[in-house]
Design a protein. Structure first.
Length: 311
């Protein structure tokens, strides 16, 4: 297992290096002047100073090596062009927890409710409850999250006055964004759990367990549920990493000061260093999540651990 983790970490470092390189050159080659709004009507001398500060007076390759040197040696993602005196590290430090709170609560709801509904649908295959759940799943997957967000805002906030539309800082401000974020995920978890459960139910060891006299509850709890959870583990890892990169629209619609809203603003304002820094940060989270998923595989299903040990 340690050898396997070592290999994955080595590939992770290479992957992150390629992502950082590609992101830097793609952003550097994007149209538009990243400091046009900042310099405004400043004298040419002042403009030259600002250009020199951010390295825009140097060739792009030289800027790349400077950026990568700072990133590798100090972990510096770069200073924001728009937010004077703030770096991408400051934005990450101050706003990561906000996005994490919403995302983790939503993922917990997605996994819990989705797994439960998927299990119920699979155990009642072909019955009315199964058909109802499948129809709801298709609808929830097809409708984008921002549509659910708009509907929730209209009915729960505008029409029924149950919760506030915007804002942050109180428990009631979590309700709408978490619900909008969770609906689509619940449907996805339900779909994968149903398919996985149906596949497990047909296995020989389930038939054997029933033949030995195991009760239905014991078969579901000890055999079906655990073995059906492997696809769910696969989904949870990237979902946790995607908390920060997948909530752009939700945070913008509900005026939540999380990383997603800052990323959207950085793109619209041509804040190049912020875009590069946050993109690399999101990539780091995603790659680490995939490594954790591989480790969890061995915990959930010992057969995977044994297979890797034979290689």
């Amino acid at each position: 297992m340690l050898k396997f983790i070592g290999k994955r970490l080595a590939f992770a470092v290479l992957t992150l290096f390629l992502i950082a390189t590609a992101t830097f050159f793609l952003v550097a080659g994007a149209p538009g002047d990243p400091i046009a709004a900042k310099v405004g009507q400043m004298p040419e001398q002042a403009q030259a100073i600002i250009n020199a500060k951010y390295g825009f007076d140097r060739p792009v390759v030289e800027r790349y090596f400077m950026y990568m040197k700072n990133l590798i040696t100090t972990g510096d993602f770069g200073e924001s062009i728009i937010y004077t005196g703030k770096s991408a590290n400051d934005i990450i430090r101050d706003n990561t927890l906000i996005s994490a709170k919403i995302g983790l609560i939503a993922i917990a709801l997605q996994a819990t409710i989705g797994v439960l509904l998927g299990l119920i649908a699979a155990l009642n295959r072909g019955k009315p409850v199964d058909h109802i759940i499948r129809v709801l799943v298709v609808l929830a997957i097809c409708v984008p999250s921002f549509v659910f967000a708009a509907l929730l805002q209209y009915f729960l906030a505008f029409k029924w006055k149950l919760v506030p539309v915007f804002g942050w800082g109180e428990l009631r401000h979590y309700i709408l964004p978490v619900a909008a974020y969770a609906i689509g995920g619940i449907a996805s978890y339900c779909k994968y759990m149903r398919n996985s459960t149906l596949s497990v139910i047909s296995e020989d060891y389930i038939v054997t367990a029933k033949a030995k006299g195991c009760t239905k509850k014991r078969v579901v709890r000890k055999h079906i549920l655990r073995n059906s959870m492997i696809p769910i583990v696969t989904m949870i890892g990237p979902a946790v990493a995607g908390i920060f990169a997948g909530s752009f629209i939700i945070e913008k619609m509900f005026a939540i000061p999380g990383l997603g809203s800052y990323y959207v603003k950085a793109v619209s304002d041509n804040d190049y260093t912020m875009v590069i820094g946050l993109t690399i940060f999101f990539a780091i989270l995603y790659v680490l999540a995939l490594i954790i998923v591989d480790i969890l595989y061995g915990i959930v299903d010992p057969r995977i651990r044994v297979a890797k040990g034979k290689k």
